[in-house]
Design a protein around this ligand. Sequence first.
Ligand SMILES: Nc1nc2c(ncn2[C@@H]2O[C@H](COP(=O)(O)OP(=O)(O)OP(=O)(O)O)[C@@H](O)[C@H]2O)c(=O)[nH]1
Ligand SMILES: [K+]
Ligand SMILES: [Mg+2]
Length: 458
Amino acid sequence: MSAASSDTIVAIATAPGRGGVGVLRLSGDRALDIARLLIGERSLSPRKAHFSTFKDPEGQVIDEGLVLWFPAPGSFTGEEVVELQGHGGPVILDMLVAACVHHGARQARAGEFSQRAFLNDKMDLTQAEAIADLIDAGTRESARAALNSLQGAFSREVNTLVEQLIQLRIYVEAAIDFPEEEIDFLSEGGVADDLRGLIRQAEEVLASARQGRLVREGLTLVIAGRPNAGKSSLMNALAGFDAAIVTEVAGTTRDVLREAIQLDGMPLNLIDTAGLRESGDQIEQEGIRRAFAEIKKADRLLVVVDAQETPDNLDDLATLLPQSQQQLDDLDLPVTLVLNKADLSGDPPGPHPERPDTFILSAASGDGMDALRRHLKAAAGYQGEAQSRFSARRRHITALQDALAALAKGADQLHRHAAGELLAEDLRAAQQALEEITGAFTADDLLGRIFSSFCIGK
Ligand SMILES: Nc1nc2c(ncn2[C@@H]2O[C@H](COP(=O)(O)OP(=O)(O)OP(=O)(O)O)[C@@H](O)[C@H]2O)c(=O)[nH]1
Ligand SMILES: [K+]
Ligand SMILES: [Mg+2]
């Protein structure tokens, strides 16, 4: 692959604001020519710092500082790169950018340097994403995980899976070419064993990726239910302080409330929402609309029910969350159910004796909360601090799940002695899903989405 565009881009690489040093980065075919128009004709040695003045198009000196030339392909982007290190004042840096633009450079889009590095095979997609994660890291743990990804820890695990998958595909494709012996080929030769082994490994990588995503961005948990079920009380009990207003008035919470907390080091993004009910009140209706917008983006839904008025059928989400049948229909989200106000209903607090993922507790007294906390950590797959091998994102997890689903389907075809072509097709789909992670296979719109979330200058 090579970069589609050869135009030369420019951006300030250092953080906005004032600092001792400010760095400007140029990348593209004309990077060196453009730099020369600022610093004058002089010889530059690759990767060596040279002291120079920087001049505007009229020949006025803007600043003085260091020039560094990284010739293609041995640069960050794989293109000609020049860095100008001047004084870190926003006015000076803007004038330098304007001078570069005057000489034909274009202002870089968000993430465009990293995107070019990816397109020029300087790094794969998980590594490019890890740069953004490393810069954005909010904890030491997430910084360490991002650095591991940047150094290829995640990519290596995915590539190992892909290599084994290719071996298996070669064998299966060969078997298909000999129709008389196809069944024997597939039932012997350890295909089923290899496939099982692959699934096991992919599951391990998925568990690590879940962990990596957890330390990076945490679990987003939306608390929903009827008015007065005790949603805000539960939010406060989990947060450990009075984050939300609690009153006996049904309809107290109208807006979406957010609190980022930690459960034994696991970042948990709590979202409290307006009680769901038929309402003529315009403000409340808007609150309900917002509640559903949050539910759609959540990792898990926590439904709170008043244990004194528990409906007979706890499986029917639409009765627990009124007004929501239509929105719930296409919802694919794990649900935890809380039967709150156990102190009033008289039910013993703790995990529900018959239903999984259901907890009887009192948000007011705190009884039964520990079981809920343990459940949330377990459901997220959290293994404790300092356990993440690499950082990961939601799209990686989706891709791994897709790959696993395809592999499981393939194993099932094999088990039922279905035609080899069907197994071959599943294995192909699994490989494609895995290669989306590293970017060996990508749709253009995916690249656009990933890199546009970076800052300018990255
Ligand atoms: N006894 C008892 N009362 C509770 C418990 N949890 C909440 N309450 C009370 O129930 C009432 C409603 O609690 P909230 O936390 O405001 O309920 P909510 O679901 O956020 O209500 P809306 O925001 O109005 O939808 C308040 O008076 C709380 O004190 C509990 O576990 N036991
Ligand atoms: K209330
Ligand atoms: Mg509330």
